[in-house]
Structures are given as C-alpha cells and as structure tokens.
Design a protein around this ligand. Structure first.
Ligand code: NAP
Length: 242
C-alpha cells in the first residue's frame, strides 16, 4: 500500500472530473478514476494522470447502480487499501421544458446525478469511518441553488446534492469526515459545447466562461487543504450569480 492519499473521482475520464483528478495528482494523491466507458477509452486519461508521477487506476461501472458500486468499492479497498478522498463528479443533462419532460428524462438525471451520490458515498463512507478520516466533495451546480428554466430535472438533482452534502457533513463530522460541494457556473466542457459563450459571458462579472481548472482548484482546496471547512457549497461561477 502506498503512503500517498488515494482519491476516487467519478466520471473522471474527461471534462471537469479529469481535471480534478490531475489537480489531486499534482498535489501528490494516487488516483482512481471511474467512468461508465471501457478501459480503452479511459486510457488517455490514465496516461495523463500517471505522467504527473502518481499511480492511476480505472474502474468501469455505472455510479447509479448500487450493487455495481458496492462490488467495485470493495475491489478498490482490496487492491489499494483505502479511499481518503471521494469526488462525486459524474453527471449528465437531459434538458427540456417541464411540461414536456418525460418520466424517463426525469428519472435518468435524478439517478445518475443524485442517486449516484447516495450510492458511492454510502459504500465509501463505511471505510472512511473505520479510518476515522476522509473528505468528500460533491459536484453540484449554481442551478441547484438558483434554478434554471428547462432544467427542472438537473436543478432538482443538484439541489438534492446540496441537501445531502449538508446532512452528511453533520452526520459524519464527529468521525473526522468532511463533506463539501462545489457549485460551478458555466464551465467550458463537452456539456456546455452547444451554448453561446459570448452571449453568456456578458452576464458574468469576470466576462468569461470558467475553465475546468477553475473548478478543479476549488475541489482540491476543499478535498485536501480546508481542514476546518465542512457542509459548505462554494460557487465557482465568475460572479454570475451575485
Ligand atoms: P462531461 O464532460 O459530460 O463529463 C461527465 C462524466 O461523467 C463523463 O466522463 C461521463 O462518462 C461520466 N458519466 C456519465 N454517466 C455516468 C455513469 N452513470 N457512471 C459513471 N460515469 C458517468 O461533464 P462535465 O461538464 O465535466 O461535468 C462534470 C460534473 O460537473 C457534472 O456533475 C456536471 O453536472 C457538473 N457541472 C458542470 C458544469 C459545466 O458547465 N460543464 C456546470 C455545473 C456543474 P461518458 O463520457 O462515458 O458518458
């Protein structure tokens, strides 16, 4: 077993998740990335992380499948001994106006964005409790705080994550486990590719969309540095919502 901290990042093969994994690797953590894709597709991400001088591992499973998460977390503990840091990052959108929103559109987003945080945290936190230490950072969104037309499913999932973050911080604080959330605004990733960046930038104090690094630096701060911070939601939105 390594002396380094081990961080598990869900949805970590691209976008914000990969950037968080690299930021934590640069800070000296060994990294486990999860994604729903095959090993082959995650290999470039693994190579990028390993190039930072740490160990990197990949586990393919659906974060919203309670049994699959349980089996994979058990394998991780068997193979690597511990999980010090958990970044619940995996997420999707299936936008549409509420009156036209189909049950499957609602359920899929709630499952993958919110139920997944229950599934992964439930299995990982048992091991953090035994270790009497741990840090969890959940990926929320500003729309979970302020709402957004056309994103009833997504904003409800992210608001749920915020409630869950606060409750877990209270339930597990006495075990030295911190639970925080980051609420990004508009960040340049495949998820926001279709948006009119120039138009949106007019409403942002810093006049630009965020980079994945902007989120990853805040995630790293909460995960590794902020020893006396728990139950907090930090908005990383360039001043969009003030
Ligand atoms: P992204 O580029 O689409 O990455 C999401 C990752 O999650 C992908 O690697 C995806 O895998 C993975 N994933 C999806 N379903 C999964 C499942 N069932 N099990 C395991 N992994 C799964 O999105 P992103 O923009 O980086 O977003 C990352 C997080 O930040 C999300 O929670 C998102 O809601 C949040 N966020 C993003 C923004 C933004 O502006 N981009 C703003 C606020 C919050 P595949 O590639 O295999 O599908």
């Amino acid at each position: 077993m390594t002396d380094r901290k081990i961080a598990l990042v869900t949805g970590g093969s691209r976008g914000i998740g990969l950037c968080c994994a690299k930021e934590l690797a640069a800070a000296g953590c060994d990294i486990i990335i999860n994604d729903i894709c095959a090993q082959e597709q995650a290999q470039p991400a693994l190579d990028e992380i390993k190039a930072l001088g740490v160990n990197a591992y990949f586990y393919s499973f659906d974060v919203s499948n309670f049994e699959a998460v349980g089996e994979n977390v058990s394998k991780m503990i068997e193979n690597h001994g511990k999980i010090d840091v958990l970044i619940n990052n995996a997420g999707i959108t299936k936008d549409g106006l509420f009156v036209r929103m189909l049950p499957e559109q609602w359920e899929k987003v709630i499952n993958i964005n919110l139920n997944s945080v229950y599934c992964v945290s439930h299995h990982v936190i048992k091991h953090m409790m035994k270790a009497r230490q741990g840090s969890i950072v959940n990926m929320a969104s500003i729309v979970g705080v302020y709402g957004n037309p056309g994103q009833a499913n997504y904003s409800a999932s992210k608001a749920g994550i915020i409630g869950l973050t606060k409750t877990l911080s209270k339930e597990f604080g006495s075990r030295n486990i911190r639970v925080n959330a980051v609420a990004p605004g508009f960040i340049k990733t495949p998820m926001t590719e279709g948006l009119d960046a120039e138009k949106i930038a007019q409403y942002i104090s810093l006049r630009r969309l965020g980079e994945t690094e902007d989120v990853a630096k805040t995630v790293k701060f909460l995960a590794l540095d902020a020893d006396y911070v728990t139950g907090q939601v930090i908005e990383v939105d360039g001043g969009l919502t003030i």
